[in-house]
Design a protein around this ligand. Structure first.
Ligand SMILES: Cc1ncc(COP(=O)(O)O)c(C=O)c1O
Ligand SMILES: NCCCCNCC[C@H](N)C(=O)O
Length: 365
């Protein structure tokens, strides 16, 4: 039995998302690039690269990972590149997307032989969270003035729009795209490719995939462009769990169980967005608050219902532990870092990575 805590990636579950992604490419022509900011666990890239067209990145290190570990196209994007990294970014990418006209101009000479794009901010988004809203007031994410963009159109051949966020509503996506066309259609006509970014939850249960494909196809045909999608969450949703063991139980007005993990260290994204972890099934008679072992008072995964009383030594499993979770794990409190295990398509579970004291020590100096 693998020692907890560990993230368990289930390739069969991953495959369900990947098959939908491949279907979208086949039906609409839109290529999908994995957003490494969301998920960068490269031990399952062997499967993912069969269904996706490459990767997109947010930094020099991500672009290098994409280039070296994932076949297909490698897009480079960053909110801002530094002088001492741009050469390496260009060497490891097929396209580079600048976040601002300032960055495009600054790196114009060094990138003259590269396929270049510009991030455009349509000033509307589907985000429910200010912290994740690319169209928030005074947003630094992309250029929004069509006149300014028109002045640099000869220096680029594509655009990137990222304004969907956890959007599982096709009509809303459709409206957003129509708005983009109304504001920027005359500019889109002058380029060869457009990335619509991530945040479109098209692999979810019941999403109208065929309508989505038709809309993407129509968009591509109207402007004669190659369309890209940059799924992060949609590519890996429901593929991964965080497996933990109960270390202690107590009653402080509520039944509490402390596990050998920490929401702050191992599922940080939930804490940032003030969300609870998920457990399934969760409909028994015995209710427990499941807490992490760090010293943070609010290190609480959530309250869950169990069929039996929870005992020391019980194993629990948190759902949906891939997106923005494995990439954010950290060494807070020196809590043992979860190992990484993969359930292969034949059902065998392989332990692919373990972390130890040396990793903790070497994380700082
Ligand atoms: C430019 C860009 N592309 C893609 C993504 C991936 O989004 P999601 O994981 O919501 O699909 C993000 C998320 O931050 C992004 O900023
Ligand atoms: N589940 C809580 C909301 C998560 C939002 N994720 C945002 C990431 C996204 N790609 C973005 O910042 O646009």
């Amino acid at each position: 039995m693998i020692k907890t805590p560990y993230y368990l990636i289930d390739k069969a579950a991953l495959l369900k998302n990947l098959e939908k992604i491949a279907y979208v490419r086949q039906q609409s022509g839109a290529k999908s690039l994995l957003a490494l900011k969301c998920f960068a666990t490269w031990s399952v890239f062997d499967l993912m690269q069969e269904y996706m067209d490459g990767t997109t990145s947010s930094s020099l290190y991500e672009v290098k990972l994409g280039k070296t570990k994932f076949q297909g196209e490698t897009h480079a994007y960053s909110v801002a590149y530094a002088d001492d990294e741009i050469r390496e970014v260009l060497d490891h990418s097929d396209k580079i997307i600048f976040n601002s006209i300032g960055q495009l101009n600054r790196f114009k000479d060094v990138s003259h032989d590269k396929t270049r794009g510009l991030r455009v901010n349509p000033q509307v988004s589907t985000s429910e969270f200010l912290i994740a809203d690319p169209a928030r007031p005074f947003s630094r994410l992309g250029e929004w003035d069509p006149e300014k963009i028109a002045n640099v159109i000869d220096d680029i051949s594509g655009f990137m729009f990222h304004n969907n966020c956890e959007n599982s509503d096709f009509d809303r996506f459709d409206d957003m795209l129509t708005l983009i066309e109304e504001r920027f259609g005359h500019l889109i006509k002058q380029v060869k490719w457009v990335s619509l970014g991530g945040g479109i939850h098209f692999t979810g249960e019941g999403y109208p995939l065929d309508q989505f494909c038709q809309r993407l196809k129509k968009f591509a045909e109207t402007y004669d462009i190659q369309v890209y999608l940059e799924p992060g969450e949609a590519a890996i949703t429901k593929s991964t769990t965080l497996e933990v063991t109960v270390l202690d139980t107590l009653f402080n007005g509520k039944h509490i169980a402390v596990v050998d993990s920490s929401i702050e260290a191992h599922m940080l994204d939930l804490l940032i967005y003030r969300e609870n972890a998920k457990m399934a099934p969760c409909d028994g008679e015995h209710e427990y608050m499941i807490c992490g072992k760090s010293c943070l008072a609010g290190d609480i995964f959530g309250e869950f219902k169990f069929e039996k009383t929870v005992q020391v030594g019980d194993r629990l499993s948190f759902q949906d532990a891939a997106g923005y979770t494995m990439v954010k794990k950290n060494w807070f409190n020196g809590v043992r870092m979860p190992s990484i295990a993969v359930r292969q398509l034949d059902g065998n579970i392989e332990l692919v990575k373990e972390f130890g004291y040396q990793d903790f020590e070497q994380n700082l100096s």
